[in-house]
Design a protein around this ligand. Structure first.
Ligand code: HEM
Ligand code: HEM
Length: 253
C-alpha cells in the first residue's frame, strides 16, 4: 500500500462559523499585546524615554503613557470580544454546547481518564470526541480568567479618572472587595501569568492533537471543520448535529 495515499470516508463536522474563528484570533492578539505591555507596566525593564528632553520623549519614544494607552486600547478590544463571544452562543448550537463540561454524561468521565492516558502516551487512542472533557473544563476556566482580567483591569483603569464611568460603576466596590490597590494589581498580575501558562499548554495540546493524534485540530479554528474517520462517530456528536441525525449515523456505523 502507498503510505501517503489512504482511502477513507469521513464524517465532517462544521463547528465554528467565521465570527467565532475571527473572535478567537482577535482575542489571541489582544491578550498577546496585553501580556507584553502589562509586564512592562508592572516592571518597566526598558525605559525608552531616558536621555530625551521631556516633550520629545513623550512624542517620539516608547513612554509609559503610550504603553498604558496600548494596554487600555487592547483592554477595550478584549472587552468587546468577550461580549461578542457571549452573543455567539446564541448563533449556533455548537458555539454553546461545546463549551459545556457535561459531567452528567458517562462519556465525560470515561473521556477524562482515556484522554489523560492518551496524553501520557500510555494509551494509543481515546474515545472519539469533538471536544474532550479536559478541553471543555480548560476553556470555561480560561474564559473566567479573562473575565477576571477585564473586571480588575477596568477597576484599576477607573481609579485614574475618579468621576468617570468605570470609577462609578466598577472601581469603588472592587477596591473594597480586594482591600487595597496593591491587592488589585497583585491579582491582576498573577492571573496574567496563569493565562500565559494556559496558552503554552493550549498550543502544545493543539499541535499534539493535530500532528500526533491527527485529528485535524488546528483546522477547526481556521476552516471551522473537524473530520472523523467513518465508524468513529464522536460521542458528543449531538453538540453539533441534532440527536436524530446522530442516532441515524450511529445506526449506520
Ligand atoms: C488577559 C488580559 C490582561 C493581561 C494579561 C494584563 C496584564 C497586566 C499586567 C501584568 C499588569 C501589571 C500589574 C502590576 O504588576 O501592577 C497590568 C496592569 C494594568 N492593566 Fe492589565 N492585563 C489584562 C487585561 C486588562 C484589561 C482588560 C484592562 C482594562 C482596561 C487592563 C488594565 C490595566 C490597568 C489599569 C493596569 C495598571 C496600570 C498602571 O498601574 O499604570 N488590563 N495588566
Ligand atoms: C491568548 C491565547 C489564546 C487563548 C486565550 C485561547 C483560547 C481558546 C478558547 C477559549 C477556545 C475555545 C473556543 C470556544 O469554543 O469558544 C480555543 C479553541 C482553540 N484554540 Fe485557542 N486560544 C489562544 C491561542 C491559540 C493559539 C496560539 C492557537 C494555535 C496554535 C490556538 C488554537 C485553538 C484551536 C485549534 C482551538 C479549537 C480546539 C477545540 O475545538 O478544542 N489557540 N482557544
Amino acid at each position: 500500500m502507498v503510505a501517503n495515499v489512504v482511502k477513507k470516508a469521513f464524517y465532517r463536522f462544521y463547528l465554528f462559523q467565521p465570527g467565532l474563528r475571527i473572535w478567537h484570533w482577535i482575542q489571541f492578539l489582544a491578550i498577546l499585546v496585553l501580556f507584553i505591555t502589562g509586564l512592562y507596566i508592572g516592571d518597566p525593564f526598558f525605559i525608552g524615554s531616558i536621555g530625551w528632553e521631556a516633550n520629545d520623549a513623550y512624542a517620539h519614544v516608547l513612554s509609559m503613557d503610550l504603553i498604558r494607552l496600548i494596554h487600555f486600547a487592547a483592554g477595550y478590544i478584549l472587552l468587546f470580544a468577550f461580549l461578542y463571544r457571549i452573543f455567539l452562543m446564541f448563533t449556533k448550537k455548537s458555539h454553546f454546547s461545546l463549551l459545556i463540561p457535561k459531567f452528567w454524561k458517562p462519556w465525560f468521565w470515561k473521556g477524562i481518564i482515556e484522554v489523560l492516558l492518551f496524553y501520557a502516551f500510555i494509551k494509543k487512542s481515546h474515545l472519539p470526541l469533538i471536544r474532550n472533557p479536559l478541553a471543555r473544563i480548560a476553556y470555561v476556566f480560561v474564559l473566567l480568567l479573562i473575565f477576571f482580567e477585564i473586571w480588575t483591569g477596568f477597576a484599576m483603569y477607573g481609579l485614574s479618572d475618579p468621576s468617570g464611568f468605570w470609577a462609578k460603576f466598577v472601581s469603588n466596590w472592587t477596591l473594597a472587595f480586594f482591600g487595597s490597590e496593591y491587592e488589585l494589581h497583585f491579582w491582576h498580575h498573577v492571573v496574567a501569568w496563569v493565562i500565559a501558562i494556559f496558552v503554552i499548554v493550549h498550543v502544545y495540546m493543539v499541535f499534539f492533537n493535530d500532528f500526533i493524534a491527527k485529528e485535524g485540530e488546528l483546522s477547526s479554528m481556521t476552516a471551522g471543520v473537524k473530520y472523523f474517520p467513518e465508524g468513529h462517530l464522536p460521542e458528543d456528536c449531538d453538540d453539533v448535529a441534532s440527536q436524530k441525525e446522530c442516532k441515524k449515523l450511529r445506526e449506520q456505523s
